[in-house]
Write a protein that binds this ligand. Structure first.
Ligand code: MEV
Length: 759
């Protein structure tokens, strides 16, 4: 075995079962896929008591190393399984198997073994399997196989065989709401075999046959026309049979496997010609949906959210890599004392934490946008405007940490967002999901002088040409189609007897989409005019991006909201009342939303996105039902925790435009480490929710001025020329003086410096 340098850390993915649940325990084949949420093992800082799984895994490796006369393992590592339980709620992705795998991998790597070597991985698999069995008892072992081997696996009788993941099959996961207790479901089902032997045998036979059918379709070679249709039809049938088998097990065991939520997803999928089934034991957790294209799955996701409030978790990607060494520690956004550092030291800290080379931060120095460059961007240029570029800390979203770049001139916005993110972190962090990246291209049609068809006939003519119009729209942007985007739907809206708006809904993927939407609108306009006999008017995107929203939730324990002179429970009551105020009164809602946009705009600007588009979309969405309403609302949960949520349109991009070309925006995107525009939208909405929380907490307790004043004092201190430690000393003395003004700051700074010179 080759020797490798001990890695900084090791990670392993989660898992989802695609077929074979329950039947796998009776020797039937299952398909398990590794999901790209990762448990990460890194050296422990001390003080943590290792869990049962961690201890079992370390014991297994210790015996293995001893048998090879290799050095004993060091202290157990610290394991971060944040992405397995966003907001503190487990999704059922097999975190304990991933923990066993990472601990084994960590100690093997620590002993100098190379996790890239197949023989080491094979040993790691055996050790993790044994450890998991020691710690957890039974189980098929499919979860451990996925965590160690990764990819997609056929799993039967404890043996895992890699399977190519079919390119033609699209998969998505829907959050069915509640974590299932797999072991107790399995016990209930097994106990039912005694009193109902025939029915149990029948249900297991159904499940086994369904699983075999699924496996056959999943692995069917696609060679000629019609093969995909045949394979997909077989998957739909296999999934239906599987759900029948589960229904039978539920009937005889009483285990609530197919909950009403799961049944809702299955039925909705079936109505759209898609196949859905619980992934795992059922009873909650995840539902896996199969389709031929992501566009089909997006349609279902849109329907499930709008009609049933159920979220599709697009960030759960199948066939992830297995156990591996990671080149560096994951980013941690808890940078204690970051605000006390000087600018250069802050850049050092960010470079160390993010892995971005230190020199890259030089683009933040004044003059990164030369006047000549600016002159090329817009007209009549006479200079540039600098704005502070800062970084908010403490953000954790879906179990992943983010350092968030923010560009804003208002004191306290960044500090407030960072503070609020820390409070949310105490409750497990933000939980987020997104709509598909669908935007609207609008074409206005006007009937002049009674020409053309009567309005209803015009709408019918356009609606009947839907397929041809969508085909035309599809031909406009072959590169968008190649990236998986493209037109998704066409809507015709009657605005008046002589005015129609035609909407083309377009999946823009990671682009903001303005240019491509406008081209589509311009291309379709003459055809629409010809179909109706009306005149085409405006052809432009809509900034009311209500198909492309980010949804973020947060839960905060009351103690995290307590302050020097108030209890956390009082803060909860005050924030809930403040929310109600905004829900009832548009005058308050405007200010409430302004506080949200403090955070939103700052990130949008830092990442080079169009903040006017985001502003327009946010306010139009806030007034969508005729009354201007708050974008974020707050409630007291049954357990007394504060619960907040925000939904906001997020027409932002990660490709094209300034995000791509402006060096500062590029740095901002690198620092965030977002993989998609949807993920970036979730971060932006989370910062909006955090900004709102900070404002409401202050307003509902001590009032906004006190906190503002201390930050304003710091701004004045810097403005007066204070540097390093002088800033805090001067700010404190300014507040003490009760005169928070520039002239006073200059005088006090002079005094501080004279005192220092005399010492
Ligand atoms: C100030 O920039 C923002 C606030 O007015 C927001 C609010 O009132 O919720 C403090």
């Amino acid at each position: 075995m080759s020797q490798a340098k001990a890695p900084v850390q090791v990670s392993a993915p989660g898992k989802a079962l695609l077929c074979g649940e329950y039947a796998v325990l009776a020797g039937a084949p299952a398909i398990v896929t590794a999901i790209d949420v990762r448990a990460i093992a890194a050296p422990a800082c001390g003080g943590e008591i290792p869990s049962v799984v961690v201890r079992a895994a370390r014991d297994q490796v210790a015996a293995y190393l001893a048998s090879r006369s290799l050095p004993s393992p060091g202290p157990a590592p610290e394991i971060d399984t944040g992405p397995f339980a966003p907001g503190g709620r487990k999704l059922g992705l097999g975190s304990s198997a991933a923990v066993a795998a990472t601990v084994v991998g960590y100690h093997l790597a620590e002993a100098g073994l190379d996790l890239a070597a197949p023989a080491v991985i094979a040993d790691a698999h055996a050790l993790a399997r044994a450890a998991h069995r020691d710690a957890q008892g039974g189980g098929s072992g499919a979860d451990v196989a996925a965590a160690v081997l990764g990819g997609t696996l056929r799993f039967v009788d404890g043996q895992a065989t890699p399977l190519p993941h079919p390119a033609w099959l699209a998969i998505a996961f829907v959050d069915a709401g509640a974590p299932a207790i797999t072991a107790s479901f399995v016990r209930m089902v097994q106990a039912a075999a005694g009193p109902h032997p025939a029915a149990y045998r029948q249900a297991m036979a159904t499940l086994r046959a369904a699983s075999e059918r699924f496996l056959e379709a999943f692995t069917q070679p696609i060679e000629g026309p019609g093969d995909v249709d045949r394979a997909y039809a077989a998957i739909v049938q296999a999934v239906a049979a599987h759900n029948e088998g589960l229904g039978e097990l539920q009937r005889i065991s009483g285990a609530p496997i197919l909950t009403p939520t799961i049944t809702t997803v299955i039925d909705a999928a079936a109505r759209m010609g898609l196949a859905a089934k619980p992934s795992g034991a059922g009873g909650g957790d995840l539902v896996v949906v199969f389709g031929r294209t992501h566009a089909e799955l997006d349609r279902l996701a849109d329907h499930l959210l709008r009609t049933h409030g159920l979220a599709t978790l697009a960030h759960l990607k199948a066939a992830a890599p297995g156990l591996r060494s990671e080149p560096r520690a994951p980013l941690c956004s808890r940078l204690a004392g970051f605000f006390r550092l000087g600018v250069e030291a802050r850049r050092d800290a960010l470079a160390a934490e993010s892995g971005i080379v230190r020199d890259a931060f030089a683009v933040l120095d004044p003059g990164s946008l030369a006047v000549e460059q600016a002159d090329g961007l817009i007209e009549n240029v006479i200079g540039t405007l600098d704005l502070p570029f800062a970084v908010a800390t403490n953000f954790r979203i879906n179990g992943k940490d983010y350092l968030v770049p923010m560009c804003v001139e208002e004191a306290s916005v960044v500090a407030a967002a960072s503070n609020a993110a820390k409070m949310v972190r105490a409750g497990g962090g933000f939980v987020a999901h997104s709509d598909p990246p669908w935007m609207i291209a609008q074409v206005q049609l006007c009937r002049e002088d009674g020409e053309g068809l009567e309005v209803s006939a015009a709408i019918t003519a356009i609606s009947e040409a839907r397929a041809a119009l969508l085909a035309l729209a599809t031909s406009v942007h072959p590169r968008l189609i190649a990236r998986g985007g493209g037109p998704r739907d066409l809507e015709v809206r009657r605005l008046a007897d002589d005015m129609i708006a035609v909407h083309v809904i377009v999946d823009c993927r990671d682009a903001m989409g303005a240019n491509l939407l406008n081209t589509i609108a311009e291309t379709l306009a003459p055809r629409l005019a010809a179909l109706s006999g009306w005149s085409a008017g405006l052809r432009i995107l809509s900034n009311l991006a209500d198909h492309r929203r980010a949804h973020v939730r947060a839960r905060i324990p009351p103690e995290a909201l307590a302050g020097p002179t108030w209890e956390g429970t009082d803060a909860v009551a005050g924030i809930v009342s403040a929310s109600r105020f905004a829900e009832l009164d548009p005058y308050r809602a405007a200010t409430h939303n302004k506080g949200i946009m403090n955070g939103v705009d700052a990130v949008v600007l830092a990442t080079g996105n169009d903040w006017r588009a985001i502003e327009a979309g946010a306010h139009a969405y806030a007034a969508a039902d005729g009354q201007y309403r708050p974008l974020a609302i707050w409630r007291r949960g049954a357990d007394g925790w504060l619960e907040g949520q925000i939904t906001a349109p997020m027409a932002i991009g990660m490709v094209g435009g300034a995000t791509h070309v402006h060096p500062v925006a590029r740095l901002a995107i690198d620092l965030l480490g977002c993989q998609s525009s949807a993920e970036l939208g979730q971060v932006i909405a989370a910062v909006g929710l955090a900004s709102n929380l900070a404002a409401l907490r202050a307003l509902a307790t001590e009032g906004i001025q006190r906190g503002h004043m201390s930050l304003h004092a710091r701004t004045l201190a810097v403005g007066a020329g204070a540097t390093g430690d002088e800033v805090e000393i001067l700010a404190a003395r300014l507040i003490e003086s009760g005169e928070i003004k520039h002239e006073r700051a200059v005088t006090i700074l002079h005094e501080i410096r004279s005192d220092a010179a005399c010492r």
